[in-house]
Design a protein around this ligand. Structure first.
Ligand code: PEP
Ligand code: MN
Length: 369
């Protein structure tokens, strides 16, 4: 059960205290208070946990400072929209606003290899006005003999260079709990020249202990990638682990499904689920065209498959695009075959803008319908 307070009710206000006191007077019921940045305003919500089925709504609805009482279904308690009764949640991190209405492109290295390549990449981003990037330093590889990422040792120069080029957020995968501390320590030691969005990779989508760990901290937002071989519902339930830990600054990322039915692409592109995830959850939705397509093939129209599927995600309302680029893809230590060349970046960004304009036109048309 969620008690949505009227606009401008602070989480530490006496009104919220009255709601929590009433809630806690029911046996076995505990409360969590969340202050949420919604699409149109910020709102305080009180979550009632425990045996809430027997609790009547009326005493809460009678408070003049309560906007509404929403009975949640079992599914996706924290991230769900519960039949459209709850609005989308966005957040602002390091000066960048992310929500179901915004669009940001996160280009960068799948795996950080050399300072020069990182510098070249960030410089290209800065030249094109991009302040959000990806940079992997902990790489979960299919083979133990493949490059595993440079790890914590490179964090100081990764953060320093990000700061130098004005990068505000780096999406960075973590594969174990200790990586959180390594990132926090390196950010602190370098004076926070940039921000980090913790990425949960598809291989860890059901690593519940890791999900609890990223959910238990609220300093850094989380980019949760769907599991490659599980249903959307299972992925959303896994994502719920992050939110139920207390962290509500989450982005849900579609990155394709593992099946030969998607051949010749690396994964079967699932960007048709962008509006589905936006409908089922309150979260901004990311698409990862690089790991979906996995190669540099182009259509007879001369447009790369990576561009085409990105456009499909954006035209359907995606809020983030995570894309691999590399100054010298042939030398990349991970996923070079799917990386865009830096000279392709302006074309890619233009293509994203074209698709976004199409989405905005579609929105306006739908509003008139
Ligand atoms: C990545 O983004 O570098 C990555 C490993 O992606 P995924 O977890 O989707 O395979
Ligand atoms: Mn990769």
């Amino acid at each position: 059960m969620i008690i949505v307070m009227k606009a401008d009710t602070r989480p530490d206000s006496p009104e919220v205290a009255r709601v929590t006191a009433l809630a806690q007077s029911f046996p076995g019921v505990t409360t969590q208070v969340h202050h949420i940045q919604g699409a149109t305003r910020s709102v305080t919500e009180v979550y009632l946990l425990g045996p809430t089925g027997v609790i009547p709504s009326t005493p809460f609805e009678e408070f003049e400072f309560v906007e509404k009482v929403v009975r949640v279904t079992e599914k996706f308690r924290a991230i769900g929209r519960h039949g459209g009764h709850l609005e989308a949640v966005g957040f602002e991190y390091n000066g960048v606003r992310i929500s179901q209405d915004t669009l940001h492109v996160f280009p960068g290295l799948c795996a950080v290899d050399t300072p020069e390549n990182l510098d070249d990449t960030f410089r290209a981003l800065a030249r094109h006005g991009v302040v959000t990037a990806r940079a992997g330093v902990y790489k979960p590889r299919t083979s133990p003999y493949d490059f595993q990422g440079l790890g914590a040792a490179c964090l100081p120069w990764v953060f320093e260079r990000a700061g130098k080029h004005g990068i505000k957020i780096i999406a960075m995968e973590v594969t174990r709990e200790s990586h959180l501390e390594e990132i926090q320590n390196a950010l602190t030691a370098s004076g926070f020249p940039t921000g980090v969005m913790l990425q949960i990779g598809t291989r860890n989508a059901q690593n519940f202990e890791l999900l609890k760990a990223v959910g238990a901290q609220t300093d850094l937002p989380v980019l949760f990638k769907r599991g490659m071989g599980i249903t959307l519902e299972e992925s959303l339930n896994a994502c719920e682990y992050v939110a139920s830990g207390g962290n509500r600054r989450i982005v849900f990322c579609l990155r394709g499904m593992k099946t030969n039915l998607g051949d010749p692409h690396r994964n079967f592109v699932d960007f048709g689920h962008v509006p589905v995830v936006k409908r089922l959850t309150r979260l901004p939705v990311c698409v990862d065209p690089s790991h979906s397509v996995g190669r540099r093939t182009a259509g007879p129209d001369g447009i790369l498959d990576v561009f085409h599927v990105t456009a499909q995600g954006v035209v359907a309302g995606a809020n983030l695009v995570l894309v691999d680029v590399h100054p010298r893809p042939e030398e990349a230590l991970c996923d070079g075959p799917q990386a865009l060349f830096l000279h392709e970046l302006p074309h890619f960004l233009d293509d994203v803008r074209i698709a976004r304009r199409a989405y905005e036109e579609r929105l306006a048309r739908a509003a008139r319908a």
